[in-house]
Design a protein around this ligand. Structure first.
Ligand SMILES: Cc1ncc(COP(=O)(O)O)c(C=O)c1O
Length: 341
């Protein structure tokens, strides 16, 4: 256990450790490196995903503070919000979201799951997810919280940007995730040279990078941002990692040398996934029987494949790809993904 984590309020939401499976056929088709896939899509919470580890600590905190409603925001097909809604229901809290509309706002994919959960949802006519931390969305969140207060609730407002407490806590679960992964690799006698994953808010990469550095693991974490320019994603990830280190009371500091992020797979989150992403989703399904998602893991895998083709790795290297979940969104994006009839 990493210092400082044991004293934090925490819910037990996932089934851990998540499986780590070797992707031999994928690796062989790509001509190396050796690839493992960490199946974070199998956490067991609301169809799985990387946010389960975060919700354990964020909603653990919210429950301890006595909140009985949750207000949050993201895109209409957000996996994070569905997992938060599911946990809120498990805790008897009211789930309430202000979502950015985009083009996939029919009751399909994650919006279908919200419908089943009966989340309280307001959809904004905004299509650019980079506005999610902006003033307009923030005002809408505050208005939703005021409405809940007038109905007698005590809402926890879950904002994704620093210095909001949820953004400070979010990486904690992945500091723990680094501990779990290094232990798993040790038990399997595997030396991983790299971990590769999707980066959006940066919380997962921040936590993993901080955890790996704290543990002294000789393993570089590489992010594929789906949303930002690489230099902005690097800055945000470093900031978040160090805010979390301070919160945990550990003196490990993450700097530019620790954070590698590529932005070749950035896209408009609301547009249909590009060809490289769809090809990556199909390749992993057809070699490993594993379904990625069209927004995060498909783009990150497309980025990883691009890095392999550019010679970023030696054929003898070992890369662990984190399957961060999101599979439900495949169904919302079916028109872009399905082959033409
Ligand atoms: C499936 C999936 N993968 C990756 C990410 C990115 O994680 P982070 O926001 O921690 O960078 C998200 C974020 O919503 C996600 O839903």
């Amino acid at each position: 256990m990493i210092h400082g984590i044991e004293r934090l309020p925490r819910l037990k939401l996932g089934f851990y450790p998540t499986p780590l499976s070797e992707a031999r056929r994928l690796s062989s088709v790509l001509g190396g490196p050796r690839i493992f896939i960490k199946r974070e899509d199998l956490t067991g919470l609301a169809l799985g995903g990387n946010k389960c580890r975060m919700q354990e600590f964020i909603l653990g905190y919210a429950r301890e503070q006595g909140y009985d409603a949750l207000v949050s925001t993201a895109s209409s097909q957000s996996n994070t919000c569905v997992q938060a809604a599911a946990v809120a229901r498990m805790l008897g809290m009211k789930p309430c979201f202000v979502l950015l509309k985009g083009v996939h706002n029919e009751r399909q994919g994650n919006l279908l799951l919200h419908d089943i959960l009966e989340s309280d949802i307001e959809i904004l006519e905004l299509s650019d997810l980079t506005q999610v931390g902006g003033a307009h969305v923030s005002e809408k969140l505050d208005a939703a919280a005021d409405r809940l207060r007038s109905e007698g609730y005590t809402p926890f407002i879950f904002k994704h940007s620093l210095p909001h407490i949820a953004a400070v806590i979010a990486p904690v679960g992945w500091v723990n995730g680094a501990d779990e992964l290094t232990q798993q690799l040790r038990d399997r006698n595997v030396k991983a040279d790299y971990v590769a994953l999707a980066n959006a808010s940066g919380a997962t990469q921040a936590g993993l990078t901080l955890g790996m550095k704290y543990l002294g693991a000789d393993c570089r974490v590489i992010g594929y941002t789906v949303l930002w320019k690489a230099e902005d994603a690097v800055a945000a990830t470093i900031k978040q990692a160090n805010a979390t280190a301070e919160y945990l009371g550990i003196d490990t500091l993450v700097d530019e040398g620790d954070v590698e992020i590529h932005d070749a797979c950035v896209g408009d989150l609301y547009a249909m996934p590009n060809e490289e992403c769809i090809d990556a989703v199909r390749l992993v399904a057809q070699t490993e029987g594993i379904f990625l998602d069209p927004i995060y893991t498909g783009r990150a895998m497309a980025g990883l494949i691009g890095s392999i083709r550019e010679g970023r790795f030696k054929s003898t290297d070992t890369v662990v790809f984190i399957h961060t979940g999101g599979t439900a969104a495949l169904f919302a994006y079916h028109e872009g993904i399905a082959r033409q009839q």
